[in-house]
Design a protein around this ligand. Structure first.
Ligand SMILES: [Zn+2]
Length: 382
């Protein structure tokens, strides 16, 4: 377990047997079932049959081409043939969600299956939610854990954020076929690890902050422990999993890392958990020269969060060493063509009171962010 600077319950661990004082509710929202394994897609029919009939499938074009016929065969064999599909999702917009919902309703679908990356599964989840139908999510890569989250992030056609839609019901099943996600282009695994590693650093900060201020909603200890375990698994097996994926071998290390990304990193969604690493991401992406993807920037944000928390060089360097091995950025120079003069406004944006920087047990100023960025950049030789 990493030596977290902030204990989950505040300043110090209570002695064994002491009750942990808290005022708020501990809330955990989870998918009803999670199934992960090789060729899991070939079993989707038997799971779907338990949940509803007349499944309607929502996907992106490439995802449907990759797994549509196998899903169709399994559904057919289980006596719940696909009633229709939409494989044209390119963005999760209100319009797309409504069109999927009306087609599913016209076809009297009893179940929605979303297959693909974040946009397709978010569209499927939101459409199913609006139609009061259960949803199965089938990820085809590892860059996101949207498949297990009980929300859908809605955008405009131009990929401008519109809103986070919280579902009435979380996914009924998350079906992860490790041959599909583990053998997808390795960049997705790298991005997924970068995003997931943040959970083991952000969640303890979030948990400490919420408990210290007696917030209404607290991180459950179960979710916190699983997020921290996720961090340990990524540290221990991440590099090996990446090599195995590149060699096109599904190994225990790769299975463990896929579970860490797909199940453990978002565990306990309802309790919240994002903190500075994501706020720093949100600041950095305002700089036009930043070229990296979400998970890559969040990994760098995690290093900056550790510096903000005044963790030791040794602890920051341990995560940095891991980032080198995985191929994740460790300095602002790694993020793209950054203009140093733009950093202060990015730091300002990261500290926007409506963002997750406020989920820290102490207040963070743009100057502190700038100092933390400078410290991380100074430690990096990447
Ligand atoms: Zn993220």
């Amino acid at each position: 377990m990493p030596d977290h600077a902030i204990a989950p319950w505040g300043e110090s661990r209570p002695r064994e047997g002491c009750p942990v004082p808290s005022k708020g509710f501990r809330k955990v929202v989870l998918p009803s079932r999670y199934v992960q394994g090789r060729r899991a897609i070939d079993s989707i029919g038997s799971y779907a049959a338990d949940l509803g009939s007349r499944p309607f499938v929502v996907a992106g074009r490439r995802a449907f081409a990759a797994v549509g016929s196998r899903m169709g065969a399994s559904l057919e064999a289980a006596g719940v043939p696909m009633v229709g599909h939409d494989d044209s999702v390119t963005e999760c917009t209100h319009a797309k969600i409504d069109s999927v919902r009306s087609r599913a309703e016209e076809l009297k679908a009893g179940l929605v299956i979303g297959a693909g990356g974040g946009k397709a599964v978010d569209t499927a989840k939101a459409a199913a939610d609006r139609a009061s139908l259960p949803v199965i999510t089938v990820p085809t890569q590892c860059a996101t854990n949207a498949d297990q989250m009980a929300d859908a992030v809605i955008f405009t056609e131009e990929h401008q954020f519109v809103k986070d839609h919280y579902l009435e019901r979380p996914p009924a099943l998350v079906l992860v076929d490790t041959e599909v996600v583990g053998l997808a282009p390795v960049k997705y695994l790298v991005q997924g690890m970068g995003d997931a590693v943040a959970s083991g650093v952000e969640k303890p900060a979030y948990a400490a902050a919420m408990r210290a201020r007696g917030a209404d909603q607290l991180a459950a200890t179960a979710a916190l422990e699983i997020n921290m375990k996720c961090y340990d698994i990524l540290m221990a097996h991440g590099a090996e999993a990446k090599r195995d994926s590149q060699r096109r071998e599904i190994t225990e290390a790769l299975e463990a890392v896929i579970e860490a990304i797909k199940l453990m990193s978002g565990f306990g969604f309802g309790g919240g958990g994002c903190a500075p690493a994501h706020a720093i991401h949100n600041g950095l992406i305002t700089m036009p020269g930043v070229k990296k993807k979400h998970g890559e920037i969040v990994a760098y944000g995690t290093l900056v969060q550790m510096a903000l928390e005044d963790r030791s060089d040794g602890e920051i360097l341990r995560l940095m060493q891991w980032c080198y091995e995985i191929g994740l950025p460790t300095s602002t120079a790694d993020l793209g063509d950054i203009e140093a003069s733009e950093l202060p406004s990015a730091a300002e944006r990261a500290c926007n009171p409506s963002d997750t920087m406020s989920n820290m047990p102490f207040s963070v100023t743009p100057e502190m962010v700038m100092n933390a960025v400078a410290r991380v950049d100074g430690l990096s030789h990447g």
